[in-house]
Design a protein around this ligand. Sequence first.
Ligand code: PML
Ligand code: MG
Ligand code: MG
Ligand code: MG
Length: 258
Amino acid sequence: MEADKYYSVRMRAAKNGSYKHGGKHISGGELLSTYSNMKQAVNDLLEKGLNHSRGNPDFMQIQFELIDEPIKFMKPLQVATNEVESVEMGQALCRKLLEKAGIERKIIEKAYKNMTEYSGIRGAILIDIHSGERIDDRKDKGVRVSRMDWLNTNFKKWADYYNIPKYSRIKEALVLATKVSEHPSTVAELCWSDDPEYITGYVATKKLGYQRITKLKEYGDERGCRIFFVDCLRDLNSYIHYLEKQPVLIQREEENDT
Ligand code: PML
Ligand code: MG
Ligand code: MG
Ligand code: MG
């Protein structure tokens, strides 16, 4: 039935021209929408791109595309919030959680050493847990995880139940982290925002869940981070295909009301 079909809707916004012309990344957004909800979906992404603390964009693209593949439904990762007093304490906790996820200390330190090089990248970068080397070939684009969402009514019930703020930022990050951690080749994700006004980030793994850490950088810092530590050398292409193309809807377990 036409009404049951979903579309992937995507937005990207830049300043000082498009990325091709050296523009600065301002904002990106992903969601799934039915045809009848398309105006709302496009408007939500438009709002997101127009009102960003990284600046006002002078370039924006919003596109939609019908999804043909069946959608996978997933439960959100468990969420924990770790309050820390300083960036140093927050970053030390990140390293500890990454080690707990099974990544060797020297690989974690290598990733941190190369981090400044990665901070301007729009998407995620993939680091091999054996060598500590970046293995995606996407240069300053990185890998953009796409085709995922969490319907708002379902998200709000979940957030009420667990007493978690109903910010779309948390929803979007948890959607992405859940999709990424579900793949068996993902060992851990490390993320904080490139938004200068937002300093909470997280480490996520399927086992440890979505571990929020309240201070991972100083206010005013526009350098973000999104690293996937992966064990997928033999299957890199199919791993990236999963991240970019597999449609996923997050849903709390009690419901089937998509
Ligand atoms: C982003 O905004 O790009 C990432 C935000 C990650 C943390 C969200 C949260 O759980 O507070
Ligand atoms: Mg952002
Ligand atoms: Mg972004
Ligand atoms: Mg939506």
